[in-house]
Design a protein around this ligand. Structure first.
Ligand SMILES: [Fe+2]
Length: 586
C-alpha cells in the first residue's frame, strides 16, 4: 500500500511517502524550494518523494493531510466571533489565511496531484503528531504526549498507543485553544524580540544566562487547573483575538517593555539580564508544567515508555527533565517532532489505523531525504579550479580527522538528508569542540548567530558517559539531539566550544549503525585529540535552510569560511589565493 502524507499551510511544509508500512522518503519543502520554513503547498517535496520511489500520483492508494482543515476553520471562526468586536480587524486576515487555501485542501490536493478525491484523507493534527512520535519509535506500547501551539482545537493531548496485530492510538484527554504551552512560549518569543515559530530555541538559549526570578509573574499569566492541566489568563494575551499581537498591555505592565528585535542583547547590562531572567522564568514554568503532566500520565498508565511529539518537544531542557523526574524510564522524541514531521505521522496513522495494516518496525534514523551526489561535487569543484581529492573511506576519514585536529572547519555531507530541523550527521558543519575561539569563528564567519546561542557536540555512544552526565535513558533521548544534559565538570574547559553558559550541552549520542562514517570520523578524531567529540552544527548560513544537494553545499563552502568540504569519496579544499596565503604567513 502506497500512502503519501502532507503537511502544509502553517509552517514547515513537508511530504512523506510510506510504502507497505515503512517510510521510503520524507523531506521538508524548504530543503528543495530553498525558502526557510516554507509553508506553501509542498509540490517539490511531493514530486521528489514520488520520483524517488518511481511512482506516479495515480499509483498512490491514499493521500493524507495532517489536520482536519474544516475543524481548524471552525476554531478560527468561533474564536473570532467570540472576541467580537475586538477581533473584527483580524477577521479578514484569518479568513484570508484559512479560507483561502486551507479549507479547500481536498480540491487543492486533487488538482495539484491529479488524484481521485476519494483517495484524499485527513487525520487530526495531534493524531499526526502522536503517530510521528509513537509509530516510528521502537516502543510496542507507550504513553503518548503531544504539545504544540495549536492544531484544530487541541494544543496538548495525552493518551496511549499499542502496536501489534492491531494498532491503536488513544488520545484520552486534551487541552484546547487558547490554553496552549506552545502559544505561551511563542508569546514570550515575540516579547523577547525573536521570530515566532522560528526562534523559540533562542529563548531556551537565553534562559541559561538568566535566573528564574520572575516565575511568580509567569504563573500569573498561566495558571494550573485542579485537573492537572493549565489555563492562560486571557487578559494578558491577544493571540486569541488578533493575528497582529500576541501579548496585551497588561502583559507589558507585568514584565516591562518588550525588547525591540533590532537591538542586540547584552547580558552584561541590567536590561539584558531582565530579558534573560524572563526567558529563564518562562522556561522553568514550561518545564514544571510538562513534568507534572507527564508524571500524572505515568502514574495513570504505569507504562515505562513515553513518546513525546509536537513542536514543544523540541525543547531539550524540558525533555531532559521529563526523563529525569516524571517516572518514565525511556522518552522517545522523533527527529521531526514539529509540524514537518506530521507528514510522516499522518501517512503512518492512515496506514495503521485507517487501513488496519500490520505493524512494521521502522528504521531508527532520520535520513529519509535526497542523497548527496559526490560526482556533482567533484565536477563542480574541478571546473571552479578548486583542489579535489577522491579517497577511499578509510583514507578520507583519516584525512578529515587531520583537518579537524588542525582547527579546520569541515562541511560534511553523507548520503540522504535529515528529516527534521536538526543536522544529525549527514548535512553538518564539523569542527574541533575545545576552544571558545572556534565557536566565535563559526559565529563570525559562517553562522552569524547571537553569542548566547550554543553549538552542540556529537560523541560516540561508547564514550558518551565519560564526557556527559547522562541519566538512564539519556543516550536514547540524545540520539536525535532531543535532550540537554550537563557536560561533566572536568571536561567543560576542554569542551568549551560546545558547553553552554550553564555547563550543559544539547549532545548527540551517535551509535555506529546510524551514521557509520561520522562514527568512524569521531573515533579517528579521538585518536588524535584524546576526545571522540566534535562540534556539530547544521550545514547552512544564517537565514538559509540546511543545504540539500552537493552543489548547494559547494556554493555555501565557496561563500564563507568553511575550509574543507566532503561528499562521498570527494574532499574539496580551497586553493589558497595570494591574499589568503599572506594571512596564513601573518
Ligand atoms: Fe503542530
Amino acid at each position: 500500500m502506497k500512502i503519501l502524507g502532507i503537511s502544509a499551510h502553517y509552517h514547515d511544509s513537508a511530504a512523506a511517502l510510506v510504502v507497505d508500512g515503512v517510510p521510503v522518503a520524507a523531506v521538508q519543502e524548504e530543503r528543495l524550494s530553498r525558502r526557510k520554513n516554507d509553508a506553501g503547498f509542498p509540490l517539490n517535496a511531493v514530486e521528489w518523494c514520488l520520483d524517488h520511489a518511481k511512482l506516479d500520483p495515480g499509483d498512490l492508494d491514499a493521500v493524507v493531510f495532517y489536520e482536519r482543515s474544516m475543524l481548524k476553520f471552525a476554531r478560527i471562526l468561533t474564536c473570532t466571533l467570540r472576541a467580537f468586536p475586538q477581533s473584527w480587524r483580524s477577521f479578514p486576515h484569518a479568513m484570508k489565511n484559512s479560507l483561502g487555501e486551507k479549507v479547500w485542501v481536498r480540491g487543492l490536493i486533487a488538482s495539484h496531484l491529479g488524484v481521485d478525491r476519494r483517495k484524499i484523507l485527513f487525520t487530526g493534527h495531534h493524531e499526526a503528531h502522536a503517530a510521528a512520535a509513537f509509530l516510528a519509535s521502537p516502543s510496542p506500547r507507550a504513553a503518548i504526549l503531544t504539545a504544540d501551539g495549536v492544531g484544530e482545537w487541541a494544543t496538548l493531548t495525552a493518551g496511549t498507543g499499542a502496536r501489534g496485530e492491531k494498532t491503536t492510538i488513544s488520545l484520552l484527554r486534551e487541552v484546547r485553544f487558547p490554553h496552549s504551552l506552545g502559544m505561551l512560549y511563542s508569546t514570550f518569543t515575540a516579547y523577547l524580540g525573536f521570530a515566532v515559530n522560528e526562534d523559540e530555541y533562542k529563548v531556551m538559549g537565553l534562559a541559561a544566562y538568566g535566573r528564574p526570578t520572575m516565575v511568580d509573574q509567569v504563573r500569573k499569566v498561566i495558571r494550573r487547573t485542579p485537573d492537572g492541566a493549565f489555563a492562560i489568563v486571557p487578559e494578558y494575551f491577544e493571540y486569541q483575538t488578533t493575528a497582529a499581537r500576541s501579548y496585551s498591555s497588561s502583559f507589558v505592565d507585568l514584565f516591562g517593555p518588550p525588547r525591540p528585535s533590532y537591538e542586540p542583547i547584552d547580558v552584561a547590562t541590567a536590561e539584558g539580564r531582565r530579558f534573560a531572567d524572563i526567558a529563564a522564568s518562562v522556561q522553568r514554568v514550561l518545564e514544571d508544567t510538562l513534568v507534572d503532566i507527564a508524571r500524572a500520565l505515568q502514574q495513570e498508565t504505569k507504562l515505562p515508555d513515553l513518546c513525546f511529539g509536537g513542536g514543544v518537544a523540541l525543547n531539550g531542557l524540558a525533555n531532559a527533565r521529563i526523563l529525569a523526574e516524571s517516572g518514565f524510564e525511556r522518552v522517545f522524541v522523533p527527529p521531526a517532532p514539529g509540524d514537518a514531521g506530521c507528514a510522516l505521522g499522518a501517512a503512518l496513522y492512515a496506514d495503521r489505523v485507517y487501513f488496519n495494516n500490520p505493524d512494521r518496525d521502522i528504521p531508527d534514523h532520520p535520513f529519509w531525504g535526497p542523497a548527496v551526489d559526490a560526482a556533482h561535487l567533484a565536477r563542480a569543484a574541478r571546473e571552479d579550479d578548486q583542489h579535489v581529492d577522491e579517497l577511499d573511506d578509510a583514507a578520507l576519514v583519516e584525512r578529515v580527522a587531520d583537518d579537524l585536529a588542525a582547527n579546520r572547519i569541515v562541511g560534511w555531507m553523507d548520503g540522504a538528508s535529515e528529516y527534521g530541523p536538526r543536522a544529525l550527521g549527514h548535512r553538518s558543519l564539523l569542527a574541533a569542540p575545545h576552544a571558545t575561539a572556534m565557536r566565535d569563528r563559526l559565529n563570525r564567519d559562517i553562522k552569524h548567530r547571537e553569542e548566547f546561542r550554543p553549538f552542540a557536540p556529537v560523541v560516540t555512544a561508547e564514550a558518551a558517559d565519560r564526557y556527559f552526565d547522562l541519566p538512564a535513558g539519556g543516550a536514547r533521548l540524545a540520539r536525535f539531539m532531543s535532550g540537554v544534559f550537563p557536560v561533566r565538570p572536568e571536561w567543560r574547559a576542554g569542551l568549551a566550544a560546545v558547553t553552554h553558559m550553564d555547563g550543559s550541552a544539547r549532545v548527540q549520542v551517535l551509535e555506529r549503525s546510524m551514521a557509520p562514517r561520522l562514527h568512524a570520523l569521531l573515533e579517528a578524531y579521538g585518536r588524535r585529540s584524546g576526545i571522540p567529540v566534535l562540534l556539530n552544527t547544521s550545514f547552512n548560513v544564517a537565514g538559509e535552510p540546511i543545504v540539500n544537494t552537493a552543489l548547494e553545499g559547494y556554493s555555501t563552502f565557496r561563500r564563507c569560511g568553511i575550509d574543507a568540504l566532503v561528499a562521498g569519496p570527494a574532499i574539496v579544499t580551497k586553493r589558497a589565493t595570494a591574499s589568503a596565503k599572506r594571512e596564513h604567513v601573518a
